[in-house]
Design a protein around this ligand. Sequence first.
Ligand SMILES: Nc1ncnc2c1ncn2[C@@H]1O[C@H](COP(=O)(O)OP(=O)(O)O)[C@@H](O)[C@H]1O
Ligand SMILES: [Mg+2]
Length: 311
Amino acid sequence: MIHIEKLRKTYGPLVALNDLSLSIGPGEVFGFIGPNGAGKSTTMKILSGLVRPDSGKAHVCGLDVATQLDLVKHKIGYMPDFLGVYDDLTVDEYLQFFAAAFDIGRKRRRAVIDSVLQLTDLTDKRHAMVDSLSRGMQQRLGVARVLLHEPTVLLLDEPASGLDPRARIELRELLLELKRMGKCIMVSSHILTELAEMSSSIGIIERGTLLFAGTLDEAFRKAGVGERIAITLEPGPLDATAAADCLRGDDRLLGVEVEGGAVVATFDPAHRSHHFLIERLVNAGARIGAFTPRPVRLEEVFLRITKGALQ
Ligand SMILES: Nc1ncnc2c1ncn2[C@@H]1O[C@H](COP(=O)(O)OP(=O)(O)O)[C@@H](O)[C@H]1O
Ligand SMILES: [Mg+2]
């Protein structure tokens, strides 16, 4: 759905994109992650035809952005990183305005707007003023706007930025719904954790260079960050410190720590086995009370990849 080959973009001496290549398939939510200034917005602007690359190719649904832009525009919905100010417009008027701009016939407009309002859960807000909406609702309105012409590819630039946790969950639900509809979605953020749970694959970009592209699991494997298990012990012959000592030194584990009274073991991704862990502890006399997976540390994956741990 999106295919980019060796895209290069410079601004004077600054290399904003350095021969960037990537492909995104149908039904994928691709989290495009990198610090500010990495080149995320530039990539999206090139894909939507707003910025011309110095060299390289960009294709959307098999269409060449450079030579078939009119066709590409029908396929793509681009939501920039700011909504733009439209004071004195209601949600409905706002969508009417963009529907007209997209040349959606007067007769069809009502039905199309009703359907995007429903999808983005804004039907109740149709008569509210745009600038009275919460940030989360404004972002959903931005998504509603880019859905009007029924594009198959969505480019969403930092849609989760500044959202509170609830609004982020709502956005995630919306993206998953769009994914189920078969849309291909490229969504950017400078914070990995913001996107991790809504993305089916991620790309990490820094200073115009793509450092990694693949699934989150692949990112963990490549970064050598393993699954973590917290083991709580019931009172018995072995306390947490002694249990940790008994696990230390096993090369199937990347690390063993005691955190808040629990033993936290990090698996080497190549040797993930719960069984040996339990067996060792039980043989040493430990009474296992609970055995709980710990959330993976995304920041660590990100840091390792951006620090060149892949080279
Ligand atoms: N119109 C422009 N003129 C000069 N430099 C620009 C322009 N647009 C972007 N840049 C520079 O290109 C680099 C990439 O920017 P951008 O794609 O906006 O990054 P991101 O979206 O990842 O934060 C940054 O260093 C930015 O300052
Ligand atoms: Mg940006």
